[in-house]
Design a protein around this ligand. Structure first.
Ligand SMILES: C[S@@+](CC[C@H](N)C(=O)[O-])C[C@H]1O[C@@H](n2cnc3c(N)ncnc32)[C@H](O)[C@@H]1O
Length: 334
């Protein structure tokens, strides 16, 4: 059996690292740029508390896709497997995901395998809110059959943001890890928006790490604060603060985690360059030598041009979020 965890494409290595702290990962497979990591799995179903994963699937079988009547072969393979979670289940559905060219569609797979399992187990089908999700993934010439362990994404751990453009907690976790933050360090999220980065940092590092969160928008700050309180993270200090003048508002911090605006609301390019420049000058003033800034940005070139002397670029990678490809940059104060 294989346990598969999904994440944002571009974060597979970090997810594998997180998995390896919980389970042996010998023989792991990484689907690079697809956001999937699989480890061999034995034993009962278990939802691992992964902060870099969205969903977990336990695959019970993988097989080469038959060229002759592939739907029939998938149906037979499904019937040959044990599905203990279907015994006495309230409802189920089959979800098929397909990658590549095939002479059949995903709904056809769902219907064929779904009907076969329904006949065998007599469990009602519920397409909207099934108690059990059987997964049949067809990836090129290979098919995977298993059961999805997570009903809602593991990443949905804070109240839903009321604004567009908020980060997922998984990306916030990636910034946190790549910044090298450790418990006890002081953190700042100067463009907090709905507060995801601040909430993720506080819930990962605990109350021994002071977390400051600033934004210019009062409404966003209010919502972020409410989300923090609802999540039991009362120690985050929210402040209406202009990120162009960080030292006026915040004390020294060890790590700055930021998702600055990328200009849609701000307008002109020069204005954005000025904002980045002033923000980074302020960041330089707040950090001790060795302190780091981890940024998620859609404007890496503009940001690098705004970089003041005194910072070294330590890390850069591209990630994917909802069809866009922002970059994570990690800067270190020299
Ligand atoms: C890309 S959004 C951040 C989204 C955030 N990471 C989240 O998960 O919701 C940028 C944020 O920067 C704020 N902002 C824009 N200019 C600012 C400034 N000069 N100082 C502080 N915040 C500013 C905006 O109000 C917005 O909330």
């Amino acid at each position: 059996m294989w346990l598969e965890a999904t994440t944002h494409p571009g974060l597979e290595d970090l997810l594998l690292e997180e998995l390896s702290a919980l389970r042996p990962t010998e023989g792991a497979e990484v689907d690079a740029r697809k956001g999937r990591v699989r480890i061999p799995w034995e034993g009962p179903l278990e939802v691992l508390p992964l902060r870099l994963a969205h969903h977990l699937v336990l695959f019970r079988a993988r097989m080469p896709l038959s060229r002759e009547d592939p739907l029939r072969a998938l149906e037979r393979a499904a019937l040959a497997l044990p599905w203990p979670e279907l015994v006495g289940a309230q409802s189920f559905r089959v979800e098929a995901r397909r990658e590549g060219e095939h002479p059949f569609t995903s709904p056809e797979v769902e219907r064929r395998v779904g009907e076969a399992l329904h006949r065998a187990y007599r469990v009602p089908v519920d397409l909207k809110c099934p108690a059990v999700r059987v997964r049949v993934d067809v990836r090129g010439e290979e098919a995977f059959l298993g059961v999805q362990l997570t009903e809602r994404p593991l990443s949905r751990r804070f109240p839903k943001a009321a604004f567009r453009g908020s980060l997922t907690p998984v990306l916030a976790q990636a910034l946190l890890r790549l910044s090298g933050a450790r418990p006890g360090m002081r953190l700042l999220d100067p463009f907090t928006g709905s507060g995801t980065i601040a909430l993720e940092a506080a819930s990962t590092l605990g109350p021994a790490s002071p977390v400051y969160a600033g934004d210019l928008d009062e409404e966003r700050l209010r919502c972020a604060q409410e989300a923090a309180l609802a999540s039991g993270l009362s120690w985050i200090r929210f402040l209406r603060a202009d990120a162009r003048h960080l030292p006026r508002f915040f004390p020294e911090v060890d790590r700055i985690l930021a998702n600055p605006p990328h200009g849609l609301r701000l307008g002109r390019r020069e204005a954005l360059w000025g904002l980045y420049r002033d923000f980074l000058e302020g960041a330089l003033a707040l950090l001790p030598p060795g302190g780091r800034v981890a940024l998620l940005t859609l404007r890496p070139a503009l940001l690098k041009r705004a970089l003041p002397r005194g910072f070294a670029l330590r890390h850069a990678r591209v990630v994917e979020q909802g069809g866009v490809y922002p970059r994570i940059l990690v800067l270190e104060k020299l």
